[in-house]
Design a protein around this ligand. Sequence first.
Ligand code: MN
Length: 130
Amino acid sequence: MNPTVLYIEDNPLNMRMVRKTLANLGYDMIEAIDGLSGLDIALRQRPDLVLVDVNLPDMDGLEVMARIKANPQSASIPVIALTADTTHSDRERCLSAGCDGYIAKPIVSIELKNLLAHFLASKSGDQMPV
Ligand code: MN
């Protein structure tokens, strides 16, 4: 079974780019375009990893992450935040809020690949080079 990644993102271009990358890497993907539906999917379907855009239309992505971590059902799911704000303070804000990882936009596909391999290596049947 392929690892499943939930991507919560309101920007269709980023969604398309990540969809392509995940397909190439052999991951299954669930898509959500706002925080509330993403949260709902995370709790119900419990993906192996969550990627969350920090700037969502209805809810701060860090709030989505905090709610995932607050629920015992989903607390162990790694959450990686994506943000267009590449300042050092924003990175710190994501990590100190409790995110497991951080990716700056524009998303670099190899960077995404390496982070996913790091968190999902144990979930995958194949050994993935980091
Ligand atoms: Mn956004």
